[in-house]
Design a protein around this ligand. Structure first.
Ligand code: C2E
Ligand code: CA
Ligand code: CA
Length: 418
């Protein structure tokens, strides 16, 4: 069923920590996991020497913050100067606010930070973090220069190689499937499935995001029509590029297409990130207001990661608020993330919005968001994004297996076994 790899194989790891015992424990951990070469450095300076010796070829760095000579914060800046493209986890016994600042700084440096770990190091936490490693975002993580041509993407769009994969969403109260998110995948004939973090920025920078959104909407409607024959009729959420909101004719076009397909407007939800709404325009307000009047759902995506979200909630007619996965992931350990989830839930409830938590990966995260008062969940714990035909099969299977279950919890736990 899984189509997107959740983990990557690590060949080389660099541990940067002045505590020799911790380094030795982590070294054994990585070796047992089949890492071919583990390097250990006692401070940032030694780590940079190793990095230069191997020409930057390190897949994963586990980095302490407080170290003699060259500390973790300085080390991160040197990684930026070297355009390091491996993944990084910050390991520290410092206060959460210090660790979070370091993490933000690394992100601002365009480094790929996959998480933070406290001290003393718990191997379970390290194991969980390893399970989350994935190809990182950003230009440094481009899968291969062979793919990097704009012309390839243009051709792929023309040939219908960019298609939606669907990730299920489940209603916490009823345990039933409440919908799915359509996520773009480039099914390259030679290179297999390529994720959107690689080609969405390329499409945005080269005037192709409109065409991509169009491909996604067209394919989504076609898939919904196809599923209907099997009585699979979920709501589907599509991510809109910023471009679309400036097309004044978009609402009428959409309403016409759904009418032609015999699908209610309420079955389609448009997800919009805060970033796309920062440059307010009257056109986008009109487009969103009219979509809403026609009955489409409108979701504010990645909530909490932008700058002006509260203002935007007032300005635009949202029906749903999606709490960003970075908060869901760290809410149990991180006070700030916890406070963000609580504040978002309270705000969303007061404004009458459906609250969705994305990126729910574990039973603990599910328990957390359930207790926090979230309405719907989406994440690997429920199901991964899947091609259209596989998704229909998944829905039928889920409904079949969970129909007789008494409690919501049982249903959700059953879904997690898929
Ligand atoms: P997003 O809209 O925030 O979508 C959620 C992302 O989180 C998806 O990544 C999904 O596969 C991933 N995800 C879901 N559950 C989990 C989980 O439990 N753990 C983890 N670690 N990740 C999870 P994906 O498919 O790689 O998409 C990345 C981003 O690309 C999306 O983030 C969205 O911003 C953008 N994108 C995807 N499809 C489209 C599209 O058709 N149009 C536009 N404009 N952007 C798109
Ligand atoms: Ca989304
Ligand atoms: Ca997100």
């Amino acid at each position: 069923m899984t189509t997107t790899p959740a983990t990557i194989e690590l060949e080389t790891v660099l541990i940067v920590d002045d505590d020799p015992i911790l380094s030795a424990i982590a070294d054994v951990f990585f070796q047992k996991r089949g890492v071919k070469k583990v390097y250990c450095a006692v401070n940032g300076r030694e780590a940079l020497t190793i990095l230069d010796d191997v020409d930057g070829q390190i897949d994963f760095v586990l980095c302490d913050l407080n170290m003699p000579e060259l500390d973790g914060i300085q080390f991160l800046r040197h990684l930026k100067d070297r355009q390091f493209c491996g993944q990084i986890a910050i390991l520290s016994g410092e206060q959460q606010s210090v660790v979070r600042t370091a993490e933000n700084l690394a992100q601002a440096h365009n480094l790929c930070v996959v998480g933070t770990l406290g001290k003393p190091l718990k191997l379970n936490d390290l194991e969980a973090l390893m399970g989350r490693l994935a190809p990182c975002e950003g230009p440094s993580a481009a899968p291969s220069p062979v793919l990097a041509t704009v012309a390839d993407l243009r051709q792929a769009l023309g040939r219908g190689e960019v298609v939606p994969h669907y990730q299920p969403k489940v209603d916490i109260k009823t345990g039933k499937i409440s919908g799915a998110e359509a996520l773009a995948r480039w099914t390259h004939p030679k290179l297999g499935v390529i994720g959107p973090n690689f080609f969405i920025p390329m499409a945005e920078q080269n005037d192709m995001i409109g065409a991509l959104t169009e491909c996604m909407i067209e394919a989504t409607i076609a898939d919904m029509v196809e599923w209907r024959d099997q009585e699979v009729t979920p709501k589907v959420s599509v991510n809109l590029g910023a471009d679309t909101l400036s097309q004044i004719e978009f609402p009428d076009q959409m309403a016409g297409r759904l009418a032609a397909a015999g699908i209610e407007c309420a079955k389609l939800v448009f997800e919009i990130t805060e970033r796309q709404l920062v440059s307010k325009s009257t056109v986008s307000s009109e487009v969103l207001a009219r979509l809403r009047l026609m009955g489409f759902g409108i979701s504010i995506d990645d909530f909490g990661t932008g700058y002006s979200n509260i203002e935007q909630l007032r300005e635009f007619p949202f029906t749903e608020l999606k709490i960003d996965q970075s908060f869901v992931r760290s809410a149990a350990q991180d006070q700030f993330a916890h406070a963000s989830v609580e504040a978002s839930v309270s705000l969303g409830k007061q404004l009458g919005l459906r609250l969705v938590a994305e990126g729910v990966e574990t039973a603990e995260e599910l328990d957390y968001v359930t207790a926090a008062g979230i309405d719907e969940v989406q994440g690997y714990h429920i199901g991964r994004p899947m091609p259209a035909d596989e998704f229909a099969g998944w829905v039928l299977d889920y409904e079949g297996r969970t129909r007789k279950m008494g409690t919501v919890d049982e249903r959700l736990r059953a879904s997690a076994r898929v």
